[in-house]
Design a protein around this ligand. Structure first.
Ligand SMILES: Nc1ncnc2c1ncn2[C@@H]1O[C@H](COP(=O)(O)OP(=O)(O)OP(=O)(O)O)[C@@H](O)[C@H]1O
Length: 260
């Protein structure tokens, strides 16, 4: 896992700055994440973590530069970044409640492929075959992301909370992110679900995905990340491997000390 640190960054942000009127929510924030690496972003409430995600994915007006897989995407609009491999799962679970788990996943894959009306009208058999293929791909994508087959035909609201979290991550990942940004994936999870989340993150890393994780759950962050960026009042006060960050006096004072 340490060997990937010299790899070219999958995602790099440089000098990000976001202001909401007089409030500077993010100031001169720079970090990068490589394929096969998990970067954690931590900091107290209001430190600027979500704003940092919004700035990286162009959901907010900002200064700075963003490079995705070697290409400058600073001016690329948010909705185009997903197609380039940068995907993001939000804090709240997001799915269609009136579609089954499998149908939710299939809808995302279908959307990615761009369902063609012309194909549906003129080649109905091909369209039916496509639909069957999409369902098979959806089942595979769900299993890969830790949503077992026994839940595929249930409605999301009927499944345990841990399954709903995994489903949200699976839907964000779609057919496969190169960089996946997760916002508090462990929120509300108990012990067994937490262990499954750790296993999932580790297996995605092993497959070469770059992951960025905002998380308040310190045990998870310290055990699963390769490097951590610490924000406080919009500024980066530390960055480095978990064992270094854990001992950093500025971090202890600004964050860990306060929460201990
Ligand atoms: N749209 C907005 N308009 C005005 N201020 C905002 C806006 N979004 C965030 N802020 C402010 O920017 C600062 C950073 O907020 P942000 O949500 O990024 O912090 P955070 O570290 O994600 O916090 P939390 O851990 O509580 O989710 C806060 O002071 C917040 O009130």
């Amino acid at each position: 896992m340490a060997s990937t640190r010299t790899a070219a960054p999958a995602l790099q942000v440089e000098g990000l700055r976001v202001a909401f009127g007089a409030l500077v929510a993010l100031d001169d924030v720079s970090w990068q994440v490589a394929p096969g690496e998990i970067l954690g972003i931590i900091g107290p409430n209001g430190a600027g973590k979500s704003t940092c995600y919004n700035a990286a994915t162009h959901l907010v007006r900002r200064e700075g530069r963003v490079t995705l897989l070697g290409e400058d995407v600073t001016d690329v609009p948010a909705h185009r970044l997903a197609a380039r491999g940068l995907r993001r799962a939000f804090q709240q679970n997001a799915f269609f409640g009136d579609l089954t788990v499998l149908e939710n996943m299939a809808a995302v894959l279908q959307d990615e492929r761009g369902a063609s009306l012309g194909r549906a009208v003129f080649r109905p058999f091909a369209t039916r075959r496509d639909a069957a293929e999409t369902r098979r791909a959806a089942a595979k994508a769900l299993e890969r992301m830790g949503v077992p087959a026994r839940y595929h035909h249930a409605y999301p609201g009927e499944t345990p909370y841990g399954v709903q979290r995994m489903l949200s991550i699976a839907l964000a990942n779609g057919s496969g992110a190169k960089i996946l940004m997760l916002d508090e994936p462990a929120a509300g999870l108990g012990g067994a679900d937490m262990a499954e989340l750790v296993t999932l993150l580790q297996s995605l890393r092993a497959e070469g995905m770059a992951l960025v994780v905002i998380e308040h759950h310190m045990d998870l962050i310290m055990s699963v990340t390769d490097r951590i960026v610490v924000l406080d009042q919009g500024r980066m006060i530390a960055s480095g491997p978990p064992e270094e960050v854990r001992r950093d006096p500025a971090v202890l004072e600004a964050y860990l000390g306060r929460s201990a």
